[in-house]
Design a protein around this ligand. Structure first.
Ligand code: GLC
Ligand code: CA
Length: 566
């Protein structure tokens, strides 16, 4: 671990229940276990367009976020990751950045950002920004100059190539958003490369000037108080210099009518790690954290993103959970064991702005709220850092458009009806049961789902059995309980096909978590022998679930979290 290698800090002061004693040296503050702030923090992703609209133009904004900081603090959030809020033509809703060092007027101003950062700081909430490293907007001044002539100063900041022949792109690569990944520019008679939309030209990271400029962007924001970045689409930074054709995986076409390719020569090239080491060095000076959008296939790949001695990403997002789309104890056991064996600190994610919400992925249509609590109990009690997604804590549902003409996300229009795009998971946050769910007094940019009448912050805050109140309780426990904060992870009752159980142990303390992933009541005799404990006493349980000695009874989809005793 980076800490072990480079930080020699000793714990001073006594442990206070729920708070971490820290010692500050010239390097980073760590606790008794050598853990840094981001290892105990709960992160929360905010899609700014959809969170809270302060000026009633139908689009969320920074002042809106600031107005909800008390809510976030009360919920138990320690860091917010705001998806891109920089100036942008909004082709990909902000993931097409036209200026990295400003705020888009639709979200506010730099002064609003400073105010937000200041208010967040007062509440102990860190701010993480989204750094779109692979590409800029085609309206960024670098690209405008780049395309202006083949000898322009920024020409080599992007990937320009001659076609194979008239009307023929340089190779067979397809954009992940549909169509060829090459766009012809008649002014200079060359093609430029774009892994995403044509309005998102890829930067040429082989050019040291690009790296220099991009590293400077991070320094600029660190000076403004940003505590780290989520690095967008890092897999796609480099392309094969020889532009070899990608292999075709199988005959046929995808949702966009393109050949089905393996992105062998345009993703996950080893050069990306050099960039990550560079970004890490800069981040380290500000004690900042780097989260990566890393679509790793397995733990070997995940380990590469931690780097050697953790010199790349502290939190490469492990999306393995987002690929377990059924409530299967065996599957989860396997994934958890795998990330616990990884070389860095685990990161857990169950929802984000690009995938169907966890509420729908796991819900059975009947016990969805109970299952939402079960999933919260799972990923918020594991050893690792969870990254929540706004609305998950109230049981927000994915609500995709029903007509093509209503689709906002461009891929939903090109891929309709098979691919409906990502609007469904980006609908306005449901603050109350009023019209527009308290998100805006104007017309929201995406319709407010009908479920805002039953699932909203105001009503759930009054209901002790709501999804929201359950999240609050788990998060409170997580912040206060040393076994959950610091403890190791060990699976118990591993042959149980219905109930996922594990213990977290720290020194002489232990917590057991038992999760019934079936729709029938279950009884579990906890196999605690190896742990040195004999029984469990409830800390938090749903409905009728509870324990006597080492016998745990669980209602359908029930949760039991218990303190272990000798
Ligand atoms: C990432 C973002 C996604 C965006 C894409 C292109 O995958 O999460 O929303 O469309 O990058 O920037
Ligand atoms: Ca607004």
């Amino acid at each position: 671990m980076r800490i072990a290698l480079r930080v020699v800090v000793f714990l001073v002061g006594a442990w206070l229940a729920g708070s971490i004693a820290v010692a500050q040296t010239s390097s980073h503050a760590v606790d008794a276990e050598g853990h840094q702030w981001w290892q105990h923090a709960v992160f929360y992703e905010i899609y700014p367009r959809s969170f809270a609209d302060s000026n009633n133009d139908g689009i969320g904004d920074l002042k809106g976020i600031a107005s909800k900081l008390d809510y976030l603090e009360d919920l138990g959030v320690d860091a917010i990751w705001i998806t891109p809020c920089f100036p942008s033509p909004q082709v990909d809703f902000g993931y097409d950045v036209s200026d990295y060092e400003n705020i888009d007027p639709m979200y506010g101003t730099l002064a609003d950002f400073d105010l937000l950062a200041n208010e967040a700081k007062k509440r102990g909430i860190h701010i993480i920004l989204d750094f779109v490293v692979n590409h800029t907007s085609d309206q960024h001044k670098w690209f405008l100059d780049s395309k202006s002539s083949s000898t322009s100063a920024h020409r080599d900041w992007y990937v320009w190539r001659d076609g194979k022949g008239p009307g023929e792109p340089p190779n067979n690569w397809v954009s992940t958003f549909g169509g060829s990944a090459w766009k012809f520019d008649p002014v200079t008679n060359q093609y430029y490369y774009h892994y995403f939309y044509a309005e998102q030209p890829d930067l040429n990271w082989r050019n040291p000037a690009v790296a220099g400029a991009m590293f400077d962007v991070t320094r600029w924001w660190y000076k403004r108080g940003v505590a780290g970045f989520r690095l967008d689409a890092v897999d796609t930074l480099f392309e094969d210099p020889d532009l070899r054709d990608n292999p075709i995986l199988r005959p046929g076409t995808n949702h966009f009518g393109d050949p089905i390719e393996q992105d062998k020569f345009n993703t996950k090239l080893p050069e990306v790690h050099e960039v990550l080491r560079g970004l890490c060095k800069v981040a380290d000076k500000s004690n900042a954290v780097l989260i990566g959008e890393t679509w790793t296939a397995d733990v070997a790949e995940l380990n590469r993103y931690y780097g050697e001695g953790s010199n790349e990403l502290q939190l490469p997002m492990d999306f393995l959970f987002t690929m377990v789309n059924k409530l299967s104890p065996a599957e989860f056991r396997k994934q958890i064991a795998a990330v616990n064996g990884a070389s860095g600190w685990p990161t857990f994610v169950i929802s984000n702005h690009d995938i169907v919400r966890s509420y729908d992925r796991y819900g059975d249509g009947e016990h969805n709220d109970q299952i939402a609590k079960l999933m919260a109990a799972l990923y918020l009690t594991l050893r690792g850092t969870p990254i929540m997604y706004y609305g998950e804590e109230i049981g927000m549902k994915t609500t995709p458009p029903t007509r093509r003409e209503d689709v906002k996300d461009p891929i939903g229009r090109t891929g309709w009806p098979e691919e409906k795009g990502r609007d469904g998971e980006r609908t306005p946050m449901q603050w109350d049961g009023s019209e527009n769910a308290g998100f805006s007094k104007g017309t929201p940019w995406l319709p407010v789902p009908a479920t805002s009448k039953t699932h909203n912050v105001a009503d759930e805050a009054k209901d002790p059995n709501s999804v929201l109140e359950f999240y609050k309780k788990v998060l409170k426990l997580r912040h206060a309980n040393l076994a959950l904060l610091e403890g190791n992870y060990a699976a118990v009752n591993e042959s149980d096909a219905n109930v996922l159980s594990y213990v977290r142990m720290y020194r002489d303390r232990g917590v057991v978590v038992a999760l019934n992933m079936s729709n029938a009541p279950q009884k579990v005799t906890l196999e605690l022998k190896a742990t040195g404990f004999a029984s469990a006493k409830s800390l938090l349980a749903t409905g009728e679930s509870g324990a006597k000695g080492n016998e745990v009874s669980l209602e359908p989809y029930g949760v039991f979290i218990g303190q272990l005793a000798k």
